[in-house]
Design a binder for this molecule. Structure first.
Ligand code: 9WN
Length: 440
């Protein structure tokens, strides 16, 4: 009785909340993930944000992507942070002086970081266009297309350290899941001392509960890895012999494959040849299965190039290949079983969306960042994957739980996987953006 109109009213209010959150985070030519914690432009955040902006302010969606790609390096890399020069020093750690991109060959005029994040931008550009195709959106696609291709080439050529057709990450920040338990073993091999952090001022712990963030020892290793990469001018040749962290990440490589699918669609729309993109998507998918799938355990794992072994943790990273439409039937079935197991709790009716780590693992931490809390970008990628593999029942359950989460807690950065309490930054960009996309 009255349930449907009440839900509709609620959906309207949620829509307005999400749109207002994106408006509040807009900063002249890009969106900040959070006004307090992340006051610059982040790479994969901008892609997710563009997907949401397409529903409310398509002009800004294109502007967002243009601003990011204006900071692309000569070698094709898209930096994970583009710094806003108008902000005072100390508004984020590590800031522009720490990265020192100006001294690196091929860096753009604007200050950026030197590492990358998952390449979800081609997918975002395609979705923005598809939402409302127009002459304008075709022109934007045509501008982006060669840049997106150069971005793929950077990852598939310079970053193919393992030589098997997958890109490697040189830093946990490149995965986007900074302190995931997946990175514990490869990170443990990076020499560092938590005392190093006394020389720096962390900015994050001034705005978020330190117990919900990576530890000082994590940060000491993050800093050591940037030091090592920066010392080599952020070059990628010879990484194998000199860099202490080299890992093939299932999420980054899933995004790489998704990007080739999206580029095929963009090529078709802009008069280029989609064929090579389709072939690359097939090759990347095959390499993912070949290199990162464990048929016995039935999920995907990162491969640590320094040991040659798969990292055993079963994290949400391992489920992400489900987003690939061409994933073969066996891994699809295995990932569905993994997602529906007590480890992740996916169901056609579920109280909460997925946690970022296996709930049954001894190192599951429901409050600490990527070690347990639920994040809307991972839920969104999985939601798309469920639909790509025709599991509309599970997709609907996941979608409902995503909407409930924000309806109850607001547009937080991440959420307690059991209580649904909002954690981290309030008014977080991609939470708002991806809510718009699932509501639309
Ligand atoms: C380091 C901006 C970014 C996200 C990452 C998330 C977090 C940064 C940090 O915030 O990382 O890049 O300072 O913790 O882990 O996924 O892109 O929202």
């Amino acid at each position: 009785e009255g349930g449907a109109p009440a839900r509709a009213r609620e959906a309207g209010a949620l829509w307005r909340l999400a749109a207002a959150t994106l408006d509040g985070n807009w900063e002249h030519d890009h969106t900040v993930p959070s006004r307090t914690l992340y006051p610059h432009q982040w790479s994969w955040d901008s892609a997710f944000v563009a997907v949401g902006l397409a529903h409310v302010r398509p002009d800004r969606a294109w502007r967002e992507l243009r601003t990011l790609f204006a900071a692309q390096w000569a070698d094709g890399r898209v930096p994970h942070i583009v710094f806003n020069p108008a902000l005072r020093a100390g508004s984020y750690f590590p800031g522009p002086e720490f990265w020192d991109s100006a001294r690196a060959p091929g860096a753009p005029d604007v200050a950026t970081s030197g590492i990358v994040q998952p390449p979800v931008h081609a997918l975002a550009a395609w979705l923005v266009h598809r939402r409302a195709p127009s002459e304008r959106s075709r022109a934007e696609l045509a501008w982006l297309y060669p840049r997106l291709v150069a971005w793929q080439r950077y990852l598939t050529d310079r970053r193919d350290v393992g030589g098997a057709g997958l890109a490697s990450i040189v830093h946990p920040w490149e995965s986007g899941l900074d302190n995931s338990p997946a990175w514990d073993p490869p990170l443990a091999a990076v020499p560092a001392d938590a005392a190093v952090m006394r020389a720096y001022r962390r900015h994050d712990t001034a705005h978020a509960d330190a117990a919900h963030r990576p530890t000082d020892l994590d940060y000491a290793r993050y800093v050591a890895l940037v030091d090592a990469y920066r010392a080599g001018g952020y070059r990628d040749d010879g990484l194998d012999g000199r860099h202490p962290f080299l890992v093939e990440c299932p999420l980054l490589n899933t995004a790489l494959g998704l990007a080739e699918h999206a580029l095929a669609a963009i090529a078709r729309e802009t008069g280029a040849d989609p064929g090579p993109h389709r072939e690359r998507a097939v090759r990347i998918t095959a390499a993912l299965v070949d290199r990162l799938y464990d048929p016995v355990g039935g999920t995907f794992h990162p491969r640590d190039l320094r040991t040659g072994r798969l990292v055993p943790a079963r994290t949400a990273l391992g489920l992400m290949p489900l987003a690939l439409p061409g994933l073969p039937a066996r891994p699809v079935a295995a990932l569905l079983a993994e997602a529906c197991s007590p480890r992740f709790g996916l169901a056609a009716r579920m109280d909460r969306p997925l946690p970022s780590h296996d709930r049954t693992a001894p190192d599951f931490e429901p409050l600490r960042y990527w070690r347990g809390p639920s994040w809307q970008n991972l839920n969104w990628l999985l939601w798309r994957g469920l639909r790509a593999h025709h599991r509309f029942d599970l997709a609907a359950g996941l979608r409902d739980s995503m909407i409930d989460l924000v309806a109850t807690a607001g547009c937080h950065e991440y959420f307690h996987p059991d209580t649904g309490a909002g954690l981290g930054s309030p008014a977080f960009g991609w939470t708002a953006a991806l809510l718009l996309d699932v509501l639309a």
